[in-house]
Design a protein around this ligand. Structure first.
Ligand code: PMV
Length: 292
């Protein structure tokens, strides 16, 4: 018998990378999901969007790490994804949580703590040193303030907010981007610590703007967060081009989201003209409604 699970992707509004070092991040679940369906089998196989994966694909290792916690043998896993992967939108965590939920059903062990551990074991295969922000957003949804190692705090928005999202650059491996930031920290620890403190301040200031729906201030804070992430060499020409287009279409602010080095850009402001401008330039883009 097949067991199923699903989980959402996410956008990091502010605080990515710094969250690895204990700074709070603001993250929101989005309306695009991963789905997993799993059943016992004589040998392990994985289908992603209907295509069988080669046995050396990292997803096999991720599945083995997650299923070990449930003591399950060989499995047939089918995955579907409504999110672009490698774009900072939490695809691997959404797949991990969806799979962990399906495994939990199969093993009839539905406690959230084990689902979390299984999803984090999965995520470690791709992210090496994950802060847990993606897994938390995939499990909880909504808008959250997340600090590594702590329970997240929900952020209640006065009204829902539209964030425009475009896939600006080629996929970028999160683990490599996190490692490149760690190297910068080793080389210039003092400058690094100052950046962390500045990002922490932006996150603190952003929370009330989310609550009150002050999009202009939120946009300015996103621009500033983006500048600090750029100083860690996480932006790219493609990301800057997408931000420029958003600015031209009336965005109040924009930033990379997730690991950077490619991937998605967020913009706050009038979503219809921003999306039209991005689409006219050939970008895949959509609106994420948060706080609904
Ligand atoms: O995997 P991504 O691109 O969604 O980024 C995750 C966020 C980071 O802060 C860059 C890494 C982490 O584990 O928090």
């Amino acid at each position: 018998m097949k067991s199923t699970g699903s989980a959402r992707g996410k956008i990091i509004l502010l605080g990515e990378h710094a969250v690895v070092y204990g700074v709070p991040a603001l993250v929101a679940g989005i309306d695009r999901e991963a789905r997993a369906s799993v059943q016992r089998a004589s040998s392990t196989s994985i289908l992603l969007a209907g295509q069988p994966l080669e046995a050396n694909d990292a997803l096999f290792e991720a599945l083995s790490q997650a299923s070990d916690l449930y003591g399950l043998g060989p499995l047939e896993l089918e995955l579907e994804l409504d999110l672009p992967s490698g774009s900072g939108l939490g695809a691997s965590a959404a797949l991990g949580v969806a799979t962990a939920r399906a495994l939990a059903h199969l093993a009839d062990r539905l406690d959230e703590a084990t689902i979390w551990r299984a999803a984090m074991a999965w995520e470690r295969v791709f992210h090496k040193n994950p802060s847990g922000v993606d897994t938390t957003a995939a499990m909880r949804g909504g808008v959250l303030r997340y600090v590594r190692g702590e329970d997240p705090t929900p952020v209640r928005l006065g009204q829902s907010l539209e964030i425009s999202v475009c896939v600006a650059g080629p996929p970028a491996p999160t683990a490599a981007m996190v490692e490149s930031v760690a190297r910068l920290r080793d080389r210039r620890p003092e400058a690094f610590t100052k950046n962390l403190a500045a990002i922490a301040q932006l996150v603190e200031n952003a929370e009330p703007t989310l609550r009150s729906g002050d999009e202009r201030s939120l946009g300015r804070l996103m621009d500033l967060n983006h500048m600090l992430l750029s100083s860690w060499m996480l932006s790219t020409e493609e990301i800057e081009a997408a931000r420029e287009i958003a600015r031209g279409a009336g965005a109040f602010g924009s930033k990379l989201t997730g690991s950077g080095g490619g991937g998605a850009v967020l913009a706050v402001g009038p979503s219809a003209p921003i999306l039209d401008a991005w689409r006219a330039a050939g970008y895949v883009s959509f609106v994420a409604k948060i706080g609904t």
